[in-house]
Design a protein around this ligand. Structure first.
Ligand code: EPZ
Length: 418
């Protein structure tokens, strides 16, 4: 197991290029099973969620190889429709493999993806939508059994704009018989990226990025070489790091539109921000004002995946802030670790009440989940003195070379094996 040793208090300066978006690459891997032709996904980040998804495809019989930053996927020999419980437990988002497997094989078996550290994360919206497309579903001993003669297009309404359910419906609908119209779709940029990827393979989808997506089923899909959209959550993490530590940073690869609400909130804190195409420039004195209220919402609202990081920023800003987490019921598990560094935060249910303090002090803290772990790193970069951040396996799921990128911006951070 590795840990970070961070000597806090340094301002950040320089530029950093965002990686390809984890939450786009994962559904693109699932989509690659829809064709027997070769798929190349360029600039794929070497993160453990990607390696896990590669393992899932290999267990189905696909050939997956990594070569200088790209991933080559050939699922012509894929023959299995079963995803093991170990891999589903490892990677909850494997649930959107259901749409691909049903489209390819007419059957899919997946272990029920249990809850995780940020919430129960049910999949009722996925399963109800698949039933609308003609899928018969039964659940036995912790496994979900799905089968259908042929996926048939349907009108589907999502009660909640679930990202994964929207992706599952797109994957199941692209080769279904007839037209699928999805209302109440998620509008995240990663949904638009999946539409572009599938249309590049010969699908006929329109409306991604709005709350209504139309899919005309096509008989088959071709191969594709594709570079995914960049990671707005990783980019946002670096912007918040600079807001917190003070300094000036330029983040490349992500547009202001894809980070809209975050930039609005960082300007509210007192950061100076200007943007040009896919470059975002931020400067900060390091001592900012608290955001009075932040509510996480589906895109284009404030992203839940940046909730922990902006909470860390507010712990040393002036005044107080109410952070409301509307998407996941237990996404404040990192708060006790921030309190060990001197943060003044009280959590009641989905609300975190932050009172800004003058400074944080170094401490030994432990990551419990991916984005909570990132928040602990950011707090340690600001804290006075040395901190140790343990259990980096959570961070490695979604950030490639976080320590290298932060060091290049002037942070005093090193990764050691324990
Ligand atoms: C995706 O998860 C992302 N993961 C998450 O990022 C992100 O936090 C989330 O979308 C919200 O933006 C990937 O894309 C791989 P949802 P997903 O379905 O699809 C409830 C990260 O840190 N819900 O939009 O699982 C659910 O409980 C990760 O990168 C149901 O009730 O999110 C939650 O409250 C964490 N029934 C809400 O919807 C369902 O069938 C949002 O879930 C499905 C979801």
């Amino acid at each position: 197991m590795d840990k970070y040793i961070i000597d806090g208090g340094r301002r950040l300066h320089g530029s950093v290029r965002a990686q390809s978006a984890k939450n786009s690459v994962l559904p693109l891997f699932a989509a690659s099973v829809l064709t027997e032709k070769q798929v190349r996904i360029c600039e794929t980040p070497p993160i453990t969620d990607v390696f896990c998804m590669a393992q899932i495809l290999r267990e189905l019989g696909a050939d997956v190889s990594f070569e200088n930053g790209s991933v080559l996927i050939d699922s012509s020999d894929a023959h299995s429709h079963i995803i093991s419980s170990a891999l589903t437990r490892e990677l909850r988002s494997s649930v959107f493999m259901l749409g691909s497997l049903l489209s390819r094989f007419g059957r899919a078996v997946i272990a029920y993806p249990g809850g995780c550290d940020i919430g129960l994360r049910p999949i009722d919206l996925h399963l109800n939508a698949l039933k609308r497309l003609g899928v018969r579903i039964s659940e036995r001993e912790g496994y979900i059994y799905c089968e259908c003669e042929k996926l048939k297009g349907a009108e589907i309404v999502l009660d909640f704009p679930s990202v994964g359910a929207t992706e599952n419906i797109m994957l199941a609908g692209v080769k279904a018989e007839g037209r699928t119209v999805l209302q109440g779709a998620a509008k995240e940029p990663e949904i638009v990226d999946l539409q572009n990827f599938l249309n590049g393979m010969g699908a006929s989808i329109r409306g991604a990025g709005t709350d209504e997506i139309e899919i005309e089923g096509v008989p088959r899909l071709n191969g594709i070489e594709y570079t995914p959209v960049k990671d707005r959550i990783e980019a946002g993490t670096f912007l918040i790091a600079c807001a917190l530590c003070g300094g000036e940073v330029e983040v490349e690869g992500v547009t202001a539109e894809n980070l809209g609400m975050l930039l609005h909130k960082l300007r509210e804190n007192g950061c100076k921000i200007h943007t040009k195409n896919d470059k975002i420039y931020l400067s900060s004195t390091g001592r900012l004002k608290c955001n009075r209220r932040i509510e996480t919402m589906p895109f284009p609202g404030f992203p839940t995946d940046l909730q922990a990081q902006i909470t860390a920023l507010n712990t040393v800003s002036e005044g107080g802030a109410l952070i409301v987490e509307n998407l996941f019921e237990t996404r404040f598990k990192y708060v006790p670790e921030l309190r060990r560094m001197g943060a003044d935060i009280e959590v009641r249910g989905r609300n975190a009440f932050v009172r800004g303090v003058g400074s944080l002090h170094g401490a030994t803290v432990t990551c419990g989940d991916l984005r909570g772990g990132a928040a602990l790193v950011l707090a340690a970069l600001r804290a006075e003195g040395v901190s140790e951040v343990l259990d980096l396996s959570h961070i490695d799921r979604g950030y490639s070379d976080l320590e290298g990128k932060l060091r290049a911006l002037g942070a005093e951070i090193k990764r050691v094996r324990i």
